[in-house]
Design a protein around this ligand. Sequence first.
Ligand SMILES: [Ca+2]
Length: 168
Amino acid sequence: MTEDRNPSEPSLRPGDVLLYSGTGALARLIRIKTWSPVSHAELYLGDGRTVTARIQGGVDYYPLALPGLRYVYRLTHQRWHRDRAVAMFEAHMRGQRYDLIGLLLVFYAVRQGRDNQAAHCSETVTRVLRWGLVEPFASDWDADAVAPAQFMQTPAFTRSWDAAIAAM
Ligand SMILES: [Ca+2]
């Protein structure tokens, strides 16, 4: 369990989905196209680490980044099995390249079935959640077609932290 170092920072648990509001050109495009304030998703693993796909670095573990963090979403009922998820991630996904085209295609909300050895951020989060026996969406919804903002819209998750409220 992570202690709060600063009251404006979130207290995080493994399995929390971190949603970021980026300011770069690509982030703005994603936010506009998905009608949402968020452009990037990461999954918290505990011990200050996340798993996601970043443009710089691809699909991997990363140190927790607080700048740009907009919301934290926590599992409402389901239990996430981290060790199982991490083992499956290591075996099947870690090291893939960042799938920029895949993220742009998300906007068309088609089920692509893009088993293309590349992944975007919310695809990575969805796959690692599922390997930990959590179903965030309909089970036949392809992870490639998940946009970051969809974690705000599923009853599987409940908002546990909001940067705008924490700053007040
Ligand atoms: Ca993919």
